[in-house]
Design a binder for this molecule. Sequence first.
Ligand SMILES: N[C@@H](CCC[C@H](N)C(=O)O)C(=O)O
Length: 275
Amino acid sequence: MKLKFTKMHGLGNDFVVIDGINQSVSLSPEQLRQLADRHLGIGCDQILLVETAEGRADFRYRIFNADGGEVEQCGNGARCFVRYVHDRGMTSKNEIRVETLSGVIMPRLEANGDVTVNMGIPRFEPREIPFIAEQRAPAYSLDIGGKEVEISAVSMGNPHAVQWVPDVDHAPVLTEGPLIEHHARFPQRVNAGYMQLVDRHHIRLRVYERGAGETLACGTGACAAAVAGIQHGLLESPVKVSFGSGDLLIRWEGENQPVWMTGPAVAVFDGEINL
Ligand SMILES: N[C@@H](CCC[C@H](N)C(=O)O)C(=O)O
């Protein structure tokens, strides 16, 4: 099968974006892993598949991690998705409704080319994350190989475990991240975020992503970290979230309110691959 694709990224979190409306696409987990492989395929953190909506939205978009697993949500991917459908003339609307596995999100293309996304309402109830705990708490203690680590658990449609560290540059992201990702108390695995407080409106963040490893940036991770910091009274909206590769702006007015994320989306090249 010959497949047309576009390589895109949001702050270096990179994607292979595939138009499943104008070409017929059916990809096995093995083919998805091949596309994502940086040596044997194109290379990316996630594969984004653009499809026709089933409900009353403008589009449906499906997200697959580099390990081939389908997931509910992707913040950087949502911004790239909007640039993709605009750049191809697939819509002329600046604000579009997009179906994802975790519900409808509403991204908006800004005049300067950045994209703002209403990422939906964060969830904290353990069963909604899902996370095994008797009841909701602002923080939980996790046993990571004999060491107790304090995390906040948040769902942005996908699961996140966020912790504070004094210095992200020296955080144990690569050693501890995989243990948190596969921790038995997260039955669907989890994205592990490490945040350093800079001031009440600014954090630095690294994320070990479920199914992809550490990425250069994570949009839902930025939302989850900002929300956890605001809930703990350490941060105030708006929050600038800095990755090594650039910044996202996150706004959240509190419980039962949606999280808004603004940031860039970049197309790198178009290509065609034989699978
Ligand atoms: N990079 C994404 C998140 C992609 C999905 C995540 N790895 C998961 O498994 O939930 C983002 O920008 O949010």
